[in-house]
Design a protein around this ligand. Structure first.
Ligand SMILES: [Fe+2]
Ligand SMILES: [Fe+2]
Length: 312
């Protein structure tokens, strides 16, 4: 029986069809998906903090409205993704506990501080840009609810990237001090953005199995290369320098060569020792505690309605 179910699962995956919540799936597939989607959901929610930090200090009403909309989008992305984990049998409260107890990770990029308003632009351009590179292929991932969530997420991410790039263009047309601010933000965010694709392929333990299950569609290094090739002409147009002396076009490969990110720094930040790890998790824990009364009220309201309905 199990063999037959496994064969059917393999057939669906190989045929580029979708696995749905009602379908049988190998336990490892379910666990990998829960881990990956939860990590993704946590990243969306934690990712609200570095930029949320600038909402009250946005330089104009227009910039404030754009930034508010963007940060709210990220909350929505978290919501779609937590809902997707629930279709796999995960419990949202349990995932939240794992996040605030440090037992589940989120993208290490959000452990860096946002020092000026130019960071809002550079995050939109590079961080949301890298997220798009990662996420567009996930629209074809083998698990149906995840793939469908990603289609909507990607549409919103492309707005995030454009608002960031447009903000930077505006600043680059401004004063010398503004141009310096943009370059400084680019210098700080470029390498962490490259790290968003994860460790090099030969150090990425889950890649092979995830590719076989078609959860993952490209390797970390393939996506990193794509991001670099995409960003170089954008940096040119913007008039900023990417902080990598080894960056140059390689006509033979048809791609840019580039330097090696500081993987020691990457692992340090992943393991909890980045500039803002403790602050991000503490802030998330406090918001969760502050929201306890909302969850209690919603639960009481749902119970009341259910009692009313069953009485009727
Ligand atoms: Fe997002
Ligand atoms: Fe985004």
């Amino acid at each position: 029986m199990d063999e037959e179910l496994q064969r059917e699962f393999d057939r669906v995956v190989a045929a580029e069809q979708r696995i749905e919540p009602r379908d049988w799936m190998p336990e490892g597939y379910r666990r990998t998906l829960i881990r990956q989607i939860a990590q993704h959901a946590h990243s969306e929610i934690i990712g609200m903090q570095p930029e949320g930090n600038w909402i009250t200090r946005a330089p104009s009403l227009r910039r404030k409205a754009i930034l508010l909309a963007k940060v709210q989008d990220e909350a929505g992305h978290g919501l779609y993704l937590y809902a997707a984990t629930e279709t796999l049998g995960a419990d949202r409260e349990d995932l939240t506990q794992k996040l605030i107890n440090g037992r589940q990770k989120y993208s290490s990029i959000f452990n860096y501080p946002t020092l000026s308003f130019a960071d809002v632009g550079v995050i939109g351009w590079l961080v949301d840009g890298a997220a798009i590179c990662n996420q567009v292929p996930l629209c074809r991932t083998s698990y149906g609810p995840y793939a469908r969530a990603m289609i909507r997420v990607c549409k919103e991410e492309s707005f995030h990237q454009r608002q960031g790039y447009e903000l930077l263009m505006t600043m680059m047309r401004g004063t010398e001090a503004q141009r310096r601010q943009v370059q400084d933000a680019v210098d700080r965010w470029w390498w962490p953005s490259l790290m968003m694709f994860g460790p090099p392929d030969d150090a990425s333990s889950n890649t092979e199995q995830s590719m076989a299950w078609r959860i993952k569609r490209h390797t970390n290094d393939e996506l990193r290369q794509k991001f670099v090739d995409m960003s170089v002409p954008q940096a040119d147009k913007l008039g900023v320098t990417l902080p990598d002396p080894e960056l140059r076009w390689n006509a033979e490969r048809g791609h840019h060569d580039f330097g090696t990110p500081d993987w020691d720094e990457f692992w340090r930040v992943v393991k909890g020792d980045g500039p803002c790890n403790a602050q991000r998790v503490a802030h998330r824990r406090k918001s969760h505690d502050d929201g306890a009364w909302v969850r209690e009220a919603a639960t009481a309201h749902a119970a009341k309605r259910a009692a009313k309905e069953s009485a009727a």
